[in-house]
Write a protein that binds this ligand. Structure first.
Ligand code: GLN
Length: 304
């Protein structure tokens, strides 16, 4: 399959309609990005690579890192993890407080902010040096030992993280946060600040296409059953209150971030990353969603 040619064709067809959306502005550092950026990278399980546009430029992966922290926490903690966070779609925005009060401090799932903050709390309890240990984990997964946190982004998130602070305090009041709030939030903001290229990110997520074992290094990240479950959670919860729309139109498990990135995986086939910073009202990349919808339609590669 000549994916490179297809990428260019799909891009042309979308460009004609003019891309809509707005760059995330609630984190000032994110609003500085050039809205015209657009990159795509697809990695097959046999390590064949196809790319388009700004695929080798680093961008802030934001909430996409929530899948990676969940992977690490799940491999350490096992099924006990689900006592502290649910596996149900939230149907609310990523930073919503509404259901948290109702559910007595137990987040609906690990891919919304509240759930990811609980995952951070678990990792802070379990890891000796959470920030360094997490970095080591994703450096090995991506094969890029230079990956790092972006300190400017961390500062920006800290200064404007009012809702995240509200979420963590509410959960603490229900005894679902064990550690010091500032330590947990520092770790959370660092996770959000990681920068990767489309190529690095699609390579990093390859282990979820092959039942939890990285097909390039043959390293076992976690069991087949855990991998299947993470994919199920991505399918149901990866796009906040637009998860249904993504399943309906694209038909792959995936995860978005407010930096404009989307990763989607096709089990036993490929991992694909699209990056376009203009977001729709739900906080997902406008062009990224459109592109993936056309891609899975033209290649007939939805999982359904
Ligand atoms: N850092 C962002 C936040 O906590 C992540 C949100 C996202 O990508 N959806 O608000």
């Amino acid at each position: 399959m000549d994916y490179n040619k297809l990428f260019s064709e799909i891009n042309n067809s979308i460009a004609k309609n003019k891309t809509k959306g707005k760059v995330a502005s609630y984190i000032p550092e994110l609003s500085k990005i050039n809205p015209a950026k657009f990159g795509v990278h697809l990695t097959t399980i046999n390590n064949k690579n196809f790319s388009f546009g700004d695929s080798n430029e680093k961008f802030s992966i934001q909430s996409i890192s929530k899948v990676l922290s969940l992977t690490l926490a799940y491999s350490i903690e096992g099924e006990k993890l689900w006592n502290r966070v649910g596996v149900e779609p939230s149907g609310t925005p990523f930073n919503s407080l509404v259901l948290l009060e109702h559910n007595k401090g137990i987040p609906r799932n690990p891919l919304i902010n509240s759930g990811a903050i609980v995952i951070c709390d678990i990792l802070v309890s379990k890891l000796k040096n959470p920030k360094q240990d997490f970095l080591k984990f994703i450096r090995e997964l991506s094969g890029n030992y230079k990956l790092n946190y972006c300190l400017k982004m961390v500062e920006s998130e800290k200064n404007y993280g009012f809702r995240n602070v509200a979420l963590v305090n509410l959960m603490k009041s229900f005894n679902n946060i064990e550690n010091d709030i500032d330590v947990v939030m520092d770790f959370y903001y660092n996770l959000c600040s990681i920068e990767m290229t489309c190529q690095e990110l699609s390579r990093t997520f390859l282990f979820l296409t092959t039942d939890g074992t990285d097909p390039i290094s043959n390293k076992i990240i976690f069991s087949e059953s855990k991998s299947k479950r993470i994919n199920a959670i991505m399918q149901l919860c990866g796009f906040y209150d637009e998860a249904g729309e993504f399943a309906f139109k694209v038909g792959l498990p995936g995860k978005s971030g407010v930096g404009g990135g989307i990763v989607a995986i096709h089990p036993n086939k490929y991992s694909i990353v699209v990056w376009s910073p203009l977001l729709n009202k739900k906080g997902n990349s406008y062009k990224g969603m459109k592109f993936l919808e056309k891609f899975t339609s033209k290649t007939q590669s939805s999982i359904f």
